[in-house]
Design a protein around this ligand. Structure first.
Ligand code: SF4
Ligand code: SF4
Length: 355
């Protein structure tokens, strides 16, 4: 998986943004250097078959679409099976060229994000986002929305309110992201950005109760919930809980530096796209990141849901002895696995753990 940042900055400035919002470095990616990097990566390991390249930012659409097309044209034939996508805040006027990126490059399957109370500075901006989402969903786009679990959100909004609101816009999949102490979030730790872990734990349990009550899986995929259920039903660890992100993800910052996990990629870089590939992949910095991710908190070793959780994402902040995982939810699901295996499979609706 490669996060390909077309820019490190954004037209918005969310308090929880791990890439520094509008204070991120200005400028766009160097298209020729990026293409050259991918050509050398292909030569180094010709056996990659599948994967995902996702345009990222900041806001990736701040970059002229010609540059996005140039990179895609220059790279797509190296890996014909690779899935291309984009993660955009979608808070801008749609143009034919931007829609072409979503349709031709992303094959109408891509991601956007929604946040409670900290993203848009006025109702007009949120209306623009909602109108864009509705318009593209009506055109058959398969949209995944990422919702950040800030303190204000978990204290003020029920899971079902968000799930139903997003479904009403025509969104097909929803995912929930916990905030890590990076970028703007670091400056806003006391500002309602990162919730208390016990409150978050309770919110996740409520999400499961409301999902069952409303049979949400019949109208929207909840990727966060699905990733936990797949651990129980299929013994896999999807997404961050695999604890292999630093091994399988490269984030190419727009300034040419390279990191692993996108949340810490602006600060924990280990080389640049100009480096030769073996030096980059076996660099000391990358090895340190991998080592950090492999090392779990000792408390996990005696945890009753370790087999489901795997120690969770290594970027999440512990609060004393309390992790940021949905521990109560995992416990409840684990207790029910024998009697409710077929029910869990029904909720999964065929989802196998590939996010
Ligand atoms: S979270 Fe997304 S939309 Fe908000 S400032 Fe960061 S990059 Fe922009
Ligand atoms: S629930 Fe918490 S303590 Fe248990 S394995 Fe996961 S991160 Fe570790």
């Amino acid at each position: 998986m490669v996060y390909l940042k077309t820019t490190d900055t954004c037209q918005l400035n969310c308090d929880h943004c791990f890439t520094n919002g509008s204070n991120g470095k200005k400028g766009f990616f160097d298209t020729h250097a990026v293409i050259d990097f991918f050509q050398r990566l292909k030569a180094f390991n010709p056996h990659f078959e599948n994967g995902n390249i996702s345009f990222h930012g900041g806001e990736p659409f701040l970059c002229p679409t010609e540059q996005i097309f140039t990179v895609w044209e220059g790279v797509k034939d190296l890996w014909p099976n690779i899935w291309w996508s984009i993660q955009t805040n979608l808070t801008f006027k749609l143009t034919d060229e931007k829609i072409r990126v979503l349709e031709e490059i992303c094959d109408k399957s891509w991601g956007t994000s929604w946040d409670y109370g900290i993203r848009w500075t006025n109702p007009k901006q949120e209306k623009l986002w909602r109108d864009n989402v509705r318009f593209l969903a009506d055109k058959g786009h398969d949209i995944t929305v990422m919702v950040s679990l800030t303190d204000n959100l978990v204290k003020s909004v029920s899971p079902i309110e968000i799930i139903n609101d997003m479904a009403s816009l025509g969104i097909k999949s929803i995912n929930f992201e916990r905030v890590t102490p990076d970028g703007n979030a670091l400056d806003n730790l006391d500002n309602g950005v990162i919730p208390r872990n016990h409150v978050l734990d309770h919110w996740f349990l409520k999400m499961w109760e409301e999902t069952k009550e409303h049979k949400c899986w019949e109208y929207i995929d909840n990727l966060f919930l699905n990733s936990i259920l797949t651990s129980l039903v299929h013994n896999t660890y999807a997404g961050c809980r695999s604890r292999t992100c630093e091994q399988k993800i490269l984030t190419l910052n727009a300034d040419g530096t390279v990191g692993g996990c996108p949340n810490s990629a602006p600060t924990r870089t280990f080389g640049t796209i100009h480096d030769d590939i073996p030096s980059l992949l076996f660099s000391e910095g990358r090895m340190c990141n991998i080592n950090d991710e492999c090392t779990r908190n000792q408390i996990c070793e005696t945890c009753d849901v370790y087999d489901v959780c795997n120690g969770d994402c290594h970027q999440l902040q512990w609060q004393g002895d309390l992790c940021a995982s949905p521990k109560s939810l995992m416990r409840e699901l684990k207790n029910g696995i024998k009697s409710q295996d077929s029910y869990y499979k029904e909720v999964l609706s065929g989802f196998m753990g590939q996010e």
